[in-house]
Design a protein around this ligand. Sequence first.
Ligand SMILES: Cc1cc2nc3c(=O)[nH]c(=O)nc-3n(C[C@H](O)[C@H](O)[C@H](O)COP(=O)(O)OP(=O)(O)OC[C@H]3O[C@@H](n4cnc5c(N)ncnc54)[C@H](O)[C@@H]3O)c2cc1C
Length: 405
Amino acid sequence: MQIGIIGGGAAGLMAAIQAHQPGIEVQVFDANASSGRKLSTTGAGRCNISNRSANADAYFTDNSAALKTCFESKPNLEVLKTLESIGIPTTASEDGWIYPLSFSAANVVGIMENNLKGIPFFHNTLITGIQKTEKGFILSTADRTQQYTADKIIVACGSPANPQLGARGDLYQPLENLGHTLLPVRPALTPIETDAVLFHKLQGVRLDAEISLVRDKRVIARTIGNIIITQWGINGPGVMNISHLIDPQHPGLYSLKINFAPNFSDAIRNSFMNSGLQDLSLSSILKGFFPAKIVDFLLRQTDLAQIKTCKELSNKHKELLLKTIQAQEITVRGVRGFKHAQASTGGIALSDIDPHTMESRICKGLFFAGEILNVLGPCGGFNLHWAFLSGILAARGIIRSQTKI
Ligand SMILES: Cc1cc2nc3c(=O)[nH]c(=O)nc-3n(C[C@H](O)[C@H](O)[C@H](O)COP(=O)(O)OP(=O)(O)OC[C@H]3O[C@@H](n4cnc5c(N)ncnc54)[C@H](O)[C@@H]3O)c2cc1C
């Protein structure tokens, strides 16, 4: 049986390694000049490969039940064991983010390629056409100079997030033409652009905060995570994890409510009451909790800069300060585009595939893996976990289909 894998990224490489078995001829097509270009930049070069909390509930998708089946078919520990079995042992940080022991994304790509010695790779080969025939598939390139045949194919071509790494969306239309449902593709895990005036003196500040996304006065999502305040808005996992919920066509409908003290407002309250701290300046008390620029901002916002010592603070002042710390609301202007996005939301509907095998329900013999599908995880290794998990399942699906012949 001949298998064509479109995309030599995280999902495609894993699928190729797993499908490379006696009786199965694998060939990989990739538009880039080399494999795993995006994979080699992940986790700022350290490759945040998985997460201890990776489970179906952590992801956004059109079909949670199908995703649950995927995770049940190959539990997390088995995915990590598979990585180890191909030469990529892993380790977890205290917060559950999992990395290769080498902490090197480049090494991960190199090791995966080394597992695929002897397999034909067609680099610089942009597939733009997929034709189903009686015997299998014909894949064609844009200029139609090349055509390739395969009995079965795995589509693992990712999403358009980060086009500077060669990411693209050329296959959405051909897949839709084959009958698949294409859900609107939007940038995800991307910074949020906000009103520049309110925080303009806070540029460069980095801290953990609780962010609520508000639409029509209603909180539609809430996260706690690291944020970085920039000239144009807010960056960092704390906002990136909710960016896909903003409709880029109507950003004016949204605002962000920021709580600068996500887990320690009680500790601040206690400091205001602490008899040993009453002679400290208000600025010193606040500097025990926040970077200096945030302290200046809070004092300006509350007009309390004239208060010299903590003992001068009235109950009203204390409440005003706590409210200012916990509920800064800032208008959303938009989200940064695919160029800045680490992932996408939308793509081919998960409902279109059999989650046991990753085979399309609509086009038999066509399997999917990775970010081409409408499955989006938060920052922290969830998206690579999905790429590897779905790559393993697609290869297993193909092997099973071969034994059925
Ligand atoms: C800067 C950055 C950092 C990230 N860091 C992390 C992280 O630390 N942890 C994490 O979990 N996730 C991270 N991600 C997300 C993660 O990289 C992706 O979710 C993952 O790579 C998706 O795997 P994939 O195989 O589906 O797609 P890709 O890895 O994008 O691979 C798709 C491949 O298909 C090829 N291709 C596309 N279209 C065609 C076509 N028509 N013909 C031929 N070839 C084609 C592309 O050239 C590419 O090589 C990061 C993303 C970015 C951009």
